[in-house]
Design a protein around this ligand. Sequence first.
Ligand code: FAD
Length: 482
Amino acid sequence: MTLETPREHAQAGGGLPLGLTPDRIEQLRALLRGGLVRPEDADYEESCRVYNAMIQKHPALIARCSDVADVIAAVGFAREQGLTLAIRGGGHNGGGLGICEGGLVADLSRMRGVRVDPSARTVRVAGGCVWGDVDHATHAFGLAVPSGIISTTGVGGLTLGGGLGHLTRRYGLTIDSLLAVDMVLADGRFVTASAEQHPDLFWAVRGGGGNFGVVTSFLFRAHPVGTILGGPTLWPLERAKKVMQWYREFIPAAPEELNGFFAFMTVPPVAPFPEHMHLKKMCAVVWCYTGDPAHADELFEPVRALAPALHGVHAMPFPVLQSVFDALYPPGLQWYWRADFVKELGDAAIARHVEFAERLPTMHSSMHLYPIDGAAHRVGPHDTAFSFRDAQWAEVIVGVDPSPDKAQVISNWTKDYWDALHPYSAGGAYVNFMMDEGQERVQATYRDNYARLVEVKNRYDPDNLFRVNQNIRPTAEGAALH
Ligand SMILES: Cc1cc2nc3c(=O)[nH]c(=O)nc-3n(C[C@H](O)[C@H](O)[C@H](O)COP(=O)(O)OP(=O)(O)OC[C@H]3O[C@@H](n4cnc5c(N)ncnc54)[C@H](O)[C@@H]3O)c2cc1C
């Protein structure tokens, strides 16, 4: 059977929702400075692609927003026409939440400005930026904003879900450096949310995802980060049990200037990895040390004492570490995700981890444990919508491969691995590492913050216009906004 292309699908009737007339579409087109893409357009298929090639969705309309006015027009159109509305930031979401089937996508990827204020140490970031844009702009001033580990990830989705990465232990989650957001709400109003203005909304967007509106600009506090010591240390998989047992003690006791996420991996057959290690399954810790280099030798002494096969830690500009995995994980691979928060890494869990690492199904597949301690633990579970401040790790299992033929194999491995480890977890998962896993998982993730999120949702988006996300369901249909 030949699969139809997105364009064929939309033209076959999957695209134009009932009541959407060509006239109304032309009116929207006239309102948009960034342009409108429809299934008959030459760039439609390209515009439908998101980072995860396993996701194939076919919107009726893609509004390329170039400014806030375009966002207001797109949101208003979706509301008036009763269309499903997806907001696309960097398009990286594992579950493909930056795109939708048959509705309207507000694509922010052209809203890319970054303005650093070096004296105030703040950064203003447009809603469609990716982290590489921010790292490039801030590094010129010896500054950085905590983000993730890949430079092509969108600022929008990553920040609104929380934001875990190389600087978490030192400076907290990305939301802990967020000072304010400019937003377009469901009713078309434009507001700023901060500690002083719409504090309820500001609380909710720090972890509650894109549930409350379209963020057109983020204001972050930046931190002094320039050259860091970073890179991976690798051990043979046979040593994984010992390394994990050591890692679970080492990281919580390490100074906050040192971050290290744990990974199972298959060594890619490229430099700088020595040939004899190519395609070997191994375990690794990827380090980022932002402290005084004079203390580095002493700090890494216990790491070297574990006799690694490779200790590849070097001085490098922070943006280099941020983009070091970009080439290994280009857009267009097949991805299947599962995740959990973890409080304790016991011996029984480690045994199961090692079992599944031995069966890593493809070179790109992996399991990561990201520390969520240090500065991230100093913010309380109710201070922002991100509830699991008491977790020690965010665990994510990813089955990844370039070939669609491997989709089943990587999905099965990921699901089986997750099933085996979930009983050892803390319950919920980091929203940005989840696919479409149902309402129970969303509630388990927000725990007792969920009720407050529903209140804020009722106030700002009572009709659930913003629902292509890990959805907070409103209960008060038609409740008045304030
Ligand atoms: C290779 C890879 C590496 C990753 N590494 C990390 C990591 O190190 N740390 C980490 O924390 N996460 C990481 N993630 C997860 C990442 O945070 C999520 O995939 C996130 O959703 C991506 O954001 P995006 O803007 O690119 O996604 P999109 O697919 O564009 O959007 C995702 C969700 O966010 C909403 N959204 C996006 N922008 C806006 C906006 N401006 N206003 C309102 N809503 C918006 C969308 O509506 C959608 O619901 C990684 C993902 C990938 C694929």
